[in-house]
Ligand binder design. Sequence first.
Ligand SMILES: O=C(O)CCC(=O)C(=O)O
Length: 325
Amino acid sequence: MKFAPAGADHVRNSRLRSVRQRRNRRTTSTIGENERGPDVACKAFGYCERGVTMSAIAKGAAVPCRSITTEEVDHFHEFGWAKLQRFVDWAYVGILLQIARERMGDDADSNEGKSSGTGTSYFNALFTGGLAHPELRRLIEQVGKNAKVLMRRRSGIGVRYYNDLFVPKLPSSKTSKHGGNGPTAFHQDFMNFGVDRTGGMTWWLPLEAYGPDAGTMCFVSKSHRMGVLGDFRTYGAGDVFDVYPELRDLEVTAPMTYELGDVSVHSHLTIHGAGANITDKPRWAYMLLTQPADACWNGAPSPNFDSSDMKPWQLLDGERFPMIG
Ligand SMILES: O=C(O)CCC(=O)C(=O)O
């Protein structure tokens, strides 16, 4: 699927330049934490300024993604992860890729900032602010409904938005401004998120078809049953297998092959990793993270949200963490 007509690179580049210039003119306070809400975020992320994105959206499909099946739910609970084939509509995948390129450049390395708190060699992470984008929000809410089904809480507890990010992995053969051009060491996400309970999950959407050469996800099946295994920053030069060799008794999947629209979803307790991207192009991906609706802040600072006005054990709620399922 093509979203930029042939020969339109200069148009895209000049658009990227003008978005950058506009962003440079803003002071930090104009997009600061005091100003919240979709309109402010929409301005901050520049979505309202991008007519081309909106016209691509207008051509998009009515339903961003399909519903998860019972077999997929069972697989997720058994193994801690599931691959959902043809889950997202191709038009939406294209929209995401276009937005990602506009924000990060065609090389996925031309963004001005890097979202903190992410492994520097893993990917060049940039928070997307998707709640502020009407069409992305539709995808987020549709995924949220599926996340509730997938979480399968007997009390019927729903799901909240936690974060969404672009996570391109840059080619390992090239130098990069933002890092993000190495392998993703095997790790568990849970300790990174400042929450008091499990049920969180990451929906990982590749924005093109990719195989192992691009550095795709691998999962340690059933590792979600092994409890909390520490934060990856404490492993030094090694990974979670060095600290918990018993994980070697479990099956590690081969790196996934994703066709366009395929997605994987993993529990925040599931150990996962990815190889380096040995192709000469960025491996574009988008991640949406969800949490159970009753998740509370555990009091530990998290690089994923601003807790300066929060009290330990308060519910993660409000506009920052809206219900999506
Ligand atoms: O994109 C990757 O390589 C890894 C993603 C990841 O580590 C995560 O979903 O927590």
